[in-house]
Design a binder for this molecule. Structure first.
Ligand code: SF4
Length: 249
């Protein structure tokens, strides 16, 4: 145990983040969410993100999910629905456990992701891995995706119409995964998924529901932002503890 804690501490220190140590382990099994969603009165959130509730049908039927995943991934690979297809190196579909309890959603691929075809690689990805490691949740046990499947040129922010265009793919990923918890990483993903303009600082640390689906959603800072603003890492740690709590309650 001591060895693993030391390894854990060294790992986090290597990532130049504070050392966070849990008092007890956690597995990524989730909740039957009791009371979700209560939004702070200071936070304006609607659950009317474009057609999301109606588009997501969570079914327990015994379907061939492997084929559905392949079909969906091929649709993304071939997608030319917005102009981002012209500048991408490749699409960045998503990665992880297709039956994960926890789905992490960022905004869009960056340069590293565009080059490697996988979300959250590079420095931000390493920090996300360290954050997951800190709550003893292996990256492989969750699913990680972005709202956009193609990189906006020069890492500019996604345009609203691009996100609307690409959202059906994320919706289908959610329908296939049927996560028990969605974690929005960063302001853009959080504001889009919650259909709000409220600042991420006021969204984080609270429980929301994703678009009338009954799936709990919480928001936290994007790892890339934490690399630029290390003073916010303590708040991110609070968010991680909330994630962990929601996994175990
Ligand atoms: Fe298609 Fe989404 Fe890529 Fe636009 S960003 S081309 S909608 S996959």
């Amino acid at each position: 145990m001591t060895d693993s804690i030391n390894q854990f501490a060294h790992y986090l220190q290597a990532m130049e983040i504070d050392v966070w140590i849990l008092r007890q382990p956690v597995t990524c099994t989730l909740i039957d969410t009791p009371e979700i969603i209560s939004t702070d009165s200071s936070v304006s959130v609607t659950t009317t993100t474009p057609d999301l509730a109606s588009a997501i049908t969570l079914s327990d039927s015994d379907v061939n999910r492997t084929d559905e995943w392949k079909t969906l991934q091929n649709q993304v690979i071939q997608c030319t629905a917005c102009e981002l297809h012209k500048t991408r190196t490749q699409t960045v579909f998503g990665v992880g456990n297709q039956q994960a309890h926890c789905l992490f959603v960022g905004e869009a691929p960056g340069a590293d992701e565009d080059a490697q075809g996988e979300p959250f690689v590079g420095r931000a990805g390493k920090l996300l891995n360290a954050m997951l490691f800190a709550i003893q949740v292996p990256r492989e046990s969750v699913y990680i995706a972005n709202v956009l499947k193609c990189r906006p040129p020069d890492n500019r922010n996604p345009a609203q119409h691009e996100m609307v265009c690409c959202t059906p793919f994320l919706q289908q990923q959610i329908a296939l995964i049927q996560p028990k918890l969605i974690v929005a990483l960063g302001a853009i993903a959080a504001q889009y998924l919650l259909s709000t303009k409220t600042a991420i600082g006021n969204l984080r640390g609270k429980r929301f529901e994703y678009a009338g689906t009954g799936i709990p959603l919480i928001a936290t800072y994007h790892p890339a932002y934490l690399l630029r603003s290390p003073l916010q890492k303590r708040k991110a740690w609070e968010d991680l503890q909330l994630i962990r709590k929601m996994m175990t309650e």
